[in-house]
Ligand binder design. Sequence first.
Ligand SMILES: [Fe+2]
Ligand SMILES: [Fe+2]
Length: 295
Amino acid sequence: MHPAPSSASSLPAPKGPSELRAAALAALLDPDPASKQAAVQGLYSAWGRGELTIDPVVDRAATEEARGLAIPGRPSRPLLVVPNALLRRAMNSAEGRAIGLHALSHIEFNAINLALDAIWRFPGLPPDYYADWLRVAAEEALHFDLLSRHLQRQGYAYGDFPAHNGLWEMAERTACDVLPRMALVPRTLEARGLDASPQVRAKLWQAGDRAAAEILDIILRDEIGHVAIGNRWFAHLCRERGLEPVATYEELAERYRAPRLHGPFNLEARRAAGFTEPELAALQAAALSYNHKSE
Ligand SMILES: [Fe+2]
Ligand SMILES: [Fe+2]
């Protein structure tokens, strides 16, 4: 295990609920990136000191108060647009790199929200599930902090460019059940980040932005852990429900319209994240068949 995401292990617990799932919802609703990030890191520290309780039973999403909540809390900028409307520039220009780093910051901001949502929304899981996702939330807050500060050093800020909402749309589609959520958010969208990371890192390095390349190294290291957590709980749920994991994944990907993964795959990182050989073989076979169809 690598060191905890926040070096500030003495951060105070945020003001508000002392029950972890209620506190995760409060942080999710916070629209301000800096205070959301501080709330998450404060929660992670408080959890480590044993200051939070956990109620895995209450179904918060089914309550009257949960209806009409503005989830997730987010700032008024960036403007959310459809993916085709996004700005694209080559990474060898300063503005192009800033646009790329901004897109990564937005992924991390959404990833904080996704981890908090996994905690508050789904009842009935073992305490380790909630602790795992709190760790993910704290690591995503660190990634957002590293990237948004780096962006500021280039003279830009989070919110300066438009962004798309694909990650959160998958969260909404899978809000009904933790099984598709685990299958399609960490094991599909975060795992796609493992595949993309080496190329993005190489472009940043070639462009001379070594600090950004080093941030990507930290992110890749942590993201392997996030995908592993997705695999852990997907496997747990499949066992509990008597489902076969490979066929179940394929069925869920189809039903919830998951993006098709075309490769190339970062098999080393995927193995480190706990994908089994039958899962990797099925992934590669599916990619081969999409690639043939699109030729
Ligand atoms: Fe991340
Ligand atoms: Fe992640």
